[in-house]
Design a protein around this ligand. Structure first.
Ligand SMILES: Cc1ncc(COP(=O)(O)O)c(C=O)c1O
Length: 455
């Protein structure tokens, strides 16, 4: 059993409102974490404000990963905190089935204003994973409603991350995430990823080569028959796999192939949405309209868990048929449109608008890119790729120790007061969009020192 040094409390000694550091690390099973290693030297966050976390041992940490690509407006924003406080005192929970509350409608209407094109309906979930599974189910239900009952195949992409539920895991393309779970969805196929390091390494913004990778959809169509394919799902910029930016023309080509063959296109914008690419959504940034869109994370600035699926009008309308007393979609969550999440999301959307956070991100994207590419010439750095406020710094893997070099860099950064993320041997940088020029410099200077210090 591990013990957190210095901060030892028991629940009986500690008032419930006081921040509690656990004195027994055993019971909690951390997600996506090497639990035994972590518990030997835990990293615990106690408080946050703006660009910074404070750890339980009183250190100030510059947040270079916006929590988990989510805290786009910075931490503990007063407007969001107060909105949630007011909401919990007024309406803690509203029954979600056959009942609702006014803020769900208000939020859906606000989102409709922001969502691209004729994407004018919103289904609420509680996470990115739930949004993905919801979007896949809506796609399947749509084709069933159209009488296209054979259209059941879902197409994802290698290296795609679409969360951890069975649908998202099946269309996802990260082998390590699938290895322990043999019973994935059967009717699934995958496009190749868009990573072409020989041609595109050290690209600034969208890489030049690889649009034709979208043509792999034609081979998949050839293999299964277009009339059997329901939907294609991709992250516009693949995030969790280590920031893969789509080649110029790739998403447009994918859209065209889907259009030609009656296949729905789903953009998983769980990371890309809400300003990370310097526009409300990647769909806006790339000028490509998806049929369905998954969002989460930045929707509430991560203050309260919430996700959603944006749905284009023809898809929504195709399901609003039949007798009016019959449920149109047998799907939903106890916490769909939870009042606290709605209050947080409304306050977050106000902040994004009032502080012009997306526009600010667009304006700072170039200095951010410049700072990132100062790492290009470092030893062990085999690629730096970026778009908007997403950067991937790929390091040469050590022989027989994949991920170890990046883990060391991550640890050195953390010890120097900067939080980044790593996947395999790629360091991902994605700070809150309110980051200042001086903080951008500090972030990449710290990363540089950490890479230089790592053999
Ligand atoms: C593109 C994408 N989709 C889905 C998810 C899953 O979201 P969640 O962890 O909220 O379930 C993530 C999480 O990082 C993501 O990046």
């Amino acid at each position: 059993m591990s013990v957190v040094p210095k901060l030892v409390h028991t629940f009986s000694e500690t008032p419930s409102s006081e921040a509690v550091a656990p004195n027994d690390l055993d019971a909690y099973w951390l997600p996506f974490t090497a639990n035994r290693q972590f518990k030997r030297a835990p990293r615990l966050l106690q408080a946050a404000e703006g660009m910074y976390y404070r750890t339980t041992d009183g250190r100030r940490i510059l947040d270079g990963s916006a929590g988990l690509w989510a805290v786009n407006a910075g931490h503990c924003r007063r407007e969001i905190v107060e909105a949630v406080q007011r909401q919990v005192a007024e309406l803690d929970y509203a029954t979600a089935f056959q009942m609702s509350h006014p803020k769900t409608f208000l939020l859906a209407s606000r989102l409709r204003e922001l969502l691209p094109g004729d994407m004018d309906h919103v289904f609420f979930t509680n996470s990115g994973s739930e949004s993905v599974d919801t979007a896949l189910k809506i796609a399947l239900a749509y084709h069933q409603a159209q009488g296209d009952t054979e259209r059941t195949i879902l197409v994802g992409r290698q290296r795609g991350y679409h969360g951890v539920n069975f649908g998202g895991l099946s269309v996802g393309g990260i082998a390590a995430n699938q290895r322990q779970f043999p019973n994935l969805l059967p009717a699934v196929d995958h496009l190749p990823d868009t990573h072409l390091p020989d041609l595109n390494a050290f690209s600034r913004g969208q890489p030049e080569h690889g649009a034709e990778r979208a043509d792999a959809l034609l081979e998949i169509i050839e293999r299964h028959g277009a009339e059997r394919i329901a939907a294609v799902i991709v992250e516009p910029v693949a995030g969790s796999t280590g920031v893969l930016v789509p080649p110029i023309g790739y998403l447009e080509r994918l859209r065209a192939h889907c259009d030609d063959h009656g296949i729905l296109l789903i953009f998983d914008e769980v990371i890309c949405g809400f300003g990370r690419l310097g526009a409300a959504f990647a769909a806006d940034r790339f000028g490509v309209q998806p049929d369905l869109m998954t969002i989460a994370k930045g929707l509430t600035n991560a203050t309260v868990p919430m996700g959603a699926v944006g749905v284009r009008k023809p898809i929504h309308d195709a399901l609003m048929t039949g007798p009016e007393n019959i449920i149109e979609l047998f799907h939903g969550y106890t916490y769909s449109g939870h009042p606290l999440a709605c209050a947080a999301a409304l306050a977050t959307l106000d902040l994004y608008r009032d502080e012009q956070i997306f526009e600010g991100a667009a304006a700072k994207a170039l200095p951010f890119e410049e700072a990132a590419h100062t790492l290009d010439s470092l030893e062990h750095v085999v690629d730096v790729r970026n778009l908007g406020f997403m950067v991937g710094v790929e390091l040469q893997s050590r022989e027989g120790e994949p991920g170890e070099r990046a883990r060391e860099v991550f640890m050195r950064c953390y010890e120097a007061g900067v939080l980044v993320r790593y996947t395999q041997d790629t360091i991902a940088v994605s700070p809150p969009l309110i980051i200042s020029g001086a903080e951008i410099d500090r972030l990449f200077a710290t990363l540089r020192s950490a890479i230089e210090a790592t053999d």
